[in-house]
Each structure stands twice: as C-alpha cells, then as structure tokens.
Design a protein around this ligand. Sequence first.
Ligand code: ZN
Length: 240
Amino acid sequence: MKFAILGDIHANLHALQAVLADTEEQGVTHYVCMGDIVGYCAHPQECVKVIRDLDCPTVKGNHDEQASKEVTQEGLNPLAEEALDWTRSQLTPSDSQWLRELRMQRLVRDFTIVHATLDTPHKWGYVNTELDAAASFSYQHTNLCFIGHTHVPVAYTREGEFRTIPLDILSIEQGQKYLINVGSVGQPRDSDWRSAYCIYDIERQEVELRRVEYDIRGAQAAILAAGLPEKLATRLEKGR
Ligand code: ZN
C-alpha cells in the first residue's frame, strides 16, 4: 500500500497532472489531500474536480475555507485576497459546498493528516520551528502526522528538527513520532520550482519526498490569461 500525500495544489492544474503521472509511475495505490486545493493559480474548478474524482481523504486548507465563504476575510495578504475573490467566481455551488464541508483533520490508516497544526488546526498557525512542531506533537496520537501550509518540505521528530528531506527517503522507526510537511504541489516555496509531494509506503515504513518537473510556462500563461496578478506567475519559477 503506497499513499501519495498531496498538499497545497493551489489550482495549479499543470503541476497536479504532472504529479499524478509520477504517482502512477511510482505504483501509488492510494491518495490523500492535505488541503489548499484552490487559491493563487488559474484552475481551481478543474483541480477540485480531480481531487473529488480521486475520492480520497481530504482535509481543509485556509484557502479552501476562504474561497468557500461569501466574502474573503480581511487582513489576508493582498495577493491571496485578489486570487481568492477571483477563485470564488470560478467555483460551482457544489464545489463551494464540498470545500466548506471538508474536515480539519483526519485519521487515515496509521497516520493523521491536518493542513496547518494539530494544536489549533482552525487558527491556521505555521510550523516553522522546532518549537512550533513541539506544540503540534502534544496533540499527535499517531506515530506519523502529515501537514502542509508552509509549502516547505521538512520532517521533525520529538527531539526537534530531524532533517530536511529533499530527494531523500525517511525510514520510520517504530515508537518514534514524526511530523512531516509534504511541501506544495502547486506553489513550492523552498527555492525549488518543481512540484513537491510525498509517498508513504506502509509496508516498508518509508516516506519519500518526490520532486516533479511540470509545464510551468503553461501554468504561468493561464494565470496571466485569467487576469490574476503577474506576481503569482513569476513567483512560481522562483519557488517562493
Ligand atoms: Zn497553501
């Protein structure tokens, strides 16, 4: 049983399609989605459809929450806000309702998934440090928990930061707890433009970070054609 853990797709259909092609090559048998399916890029409706068709355990991200509300909450960064206002106009009532009803966290097999943190999932805090990870760990009842939200892949153990896992394979030791950020499919922010996602192989007890090249020019052209801010296109190639 091999799970693909897909996070922060952010309406980047070009990236999502490349990642799904990679999951098939890798023999993935199951999927989970870590939220933030929409926001920032130009194909929210298409990406929601792909994930709904996968019919996989999915948790809610902050952009999913905002896009499925009537109006965007004040105080967000202007780029996110502009993209959310546009995104809302693209979603069908059924998509909005589906996004609105997503759960904050889920238990899947022997692991937990949550978009932001386990300590206060609805507050959308960020796990950027060992201290943040420690706060989330106190609420983690499975050995393994996957998160997203920062768009930076990294793994923590109870002792603090375990190691970053670029193009690496992490062996899960029994009795040890792991909090793993799977990175972002649609808008990586670790200075690597390639899509990030993780594969969790249950039999081998291994987590692998994958990086996948995709048609970034296509994704950028779609952002500009939709009339979204140019910066949302240029940041993709910087991986920021
Ligand atoms: Zn996100």
